[in-house]
Design a binder for this molecule. Structure first.
Ligand code: NAD
Length: 415
């Protein structure tokens, strides 16, 4: 079967839009679909609705060439790529409703010979479920969960491994794992991704591909959890954890990661729960690492509160709100959680320095008793300085400015 040339991408966020732009730039006809009309309008004007290096130029070029346009409802195509969110719910189970909604939306326009690829990070078994959801909505077509290679429609999973800030490079350069519900499904998805991928493409079955993606992020989480647990043990013993790690890493086969105030972002802090959900009795280490990492923000708050109680009206400077260094992304940020908890404690006043935002998030500002100031002013005013994010600007702080203050350096950048 010929490689697909007309592609419909459902979900035009950090993953879907770069994928759409990359495929369109290589000459495929791409229709992007999003439920947010503002996103659709921006793309049709040739603009990227969020900031990511090199994305704006790729989108404007692809739209100007007539290869990319956006709409709110899926249209007939050779291949469909689903890149909608897969958040966790309160009970730490995956919310698959966005994928089901995407299935519902594409089902009416499916035709024999179509390929459907799920890119969203998903619990094991979700791609098979997607195949079943499509089958329920299109009883006139056959699907690979029960017709394997003979199915009218092919369904595969191609998880995404890009790093925000490098998405346009990594979407091309990274190796890809592609899992088919049947071997033919995997091969057809490979033909699609071969258009953009310069890395190697590894074929497997859909559930293995889902698990491979989740294992990558759980691996990171477990290793960070180890460093975070070490940091609490070392605090208890009155030892500098950063020195311990530096010395331990002199061993030729040891590479302990750096501890921090917790784990943030919407991938590493979320995806390991999908494994726990799939095998709760067996995923003991993965669950514990999640719990250790989730407990770290309250541990940091507890340490700062203990210290603040020694002052009458302390000023606490929180340096950084984002989930990692030198980005403006606040999603699942432990720094934001810690700052919010400290403000709620009402111990003195909190000043925040965050060079990557122009205003405090509305929920934090609404609490009152907290101000956004520049880094120098925050440190100058503070009795207690709490470094939460290792932004380049904070690394450059002169040590003399910290003299006489209680310093909590959760990232170990001022050692
Ligand atoms: N952002 C990353 O760095 C990254 C990396 C690897 C994997 N992932 C995974 O990729 C998936 C997508 O993540 P993202 O960061 O692009 O999310 P995002 O929130 O940036 O974008 C998702 C888009 O889908 C749209 N959408 C929601 N429901 C829809 C529907 N039914 N039909 C059409 N559009 C719909 C939203 O409006 C939004 O624009 C998630 O599963 C995520 O875990 C993300």
């Amino acid at each position: 079967m010929a490689a697909p040339s007309r592609i419909c991408i459902v979900g035009l966020g950090y993953i879907g839009l770069p994928t759409a732009a990359a495929l369109a730039t290589r000459g495929l006809d791409v229709v992007g679909v999003d439920v947010v009309p503002g996103v659709v309008d921006a793309i049709n004007r040739g603009e990227a609705p969020f900031s990511e290096p090199d994305l704006a130029v790729a989108v404007s070029g692809a739209v100007a060439m007539g290869r990319l346009r956006a709409t709110t409802a899926p249209e007939a195509a050779d291949a469909f790529v689903i890149a909608v969110p897969t958040p966790i719910r309160e009970d730490q189970t995956a919310d698959r409703s966005y994928i089901e909604a995407a299935a519902e939306a594409i089902a009416p326009v499916l035709r024999p010979g179509n390929l459907v690829v799920l890119e969203s990070t998903s619990p094991p078994g979700t791609t098979l479920r997607l195949s079943r959801w499509l089958a329920e909505r299109r009883p006139d077509l056959t699907f690979p969960h029960d017709h394997q290679d003979a199915a009218d429609v092919n369904v595969a999973h191609c998880p995404e491994r890009v790093l925000p800030g490098r998405i346009m490079i990594e979407i091309v350069m990274n190796d890809r794992v592609i899992g088919g519900v049947s071997p033919t499904c995997a091969e057809r998805a490979r033909d699609l991704y071969a258009v953009v991928t310069q890395g190697r493409i590894h074929l497997t079955d859909a559930t293995t591909a889902e698990m491979a993606k989740l294992s990558e992020n759980a691996y990171r989480d477990v290793n960070i959890g180890y460093a975070n647990e070490l940091s609490m043990i070392c605090d208890h013993l009155g030892i500098d954890v950063h020195e311990v790690i530096e010395l331990a890493n002199r061993h030729p086969r040891v590479n302990v990661l750096q501890p921090g105030p917790g784990v943030g972002g919407h991938c590493i802090a979320v995806d390991p729960w999908f494994i726990v959900e799939a095998a709760p009795e067996h995923a003991r280490l993965i669950r514990t690492a999640r719990e250790v990492n989730e407990s770290k923000p309250s541990y940091v708050v507890g340490e700062v509160v203990k210290s603040a109680q020694r002052y009458r009206d302390p000023v606490i400077a929180c340096l950084g709100l984002t989930f990692k260094a030198d980005v403006d992304d606040l999603r699942e940020s432990p720094a934001l959680r810690i700052t919010t908890d400290l403000v709620r404690h009402g111990l003195g006043r909190v000043v925040v320095a965050e060079p990557h935002v122009d205003a405090l998030p509305a929920d934090l500002a609404a609490l009152g008793g907290v101000r956004l100031v520049d880094t120098a002013a925050a440190i100058e005013e503070a009795d207690i300085v709490l470094l939460l994010v290792d932004h380049a600007e904070f690394r450059g702080v002169k040590r003399a400015a910290l003299r006489g203050k209680v310093v909590f350096d959760t990232r170990g950048v001022w050692r």
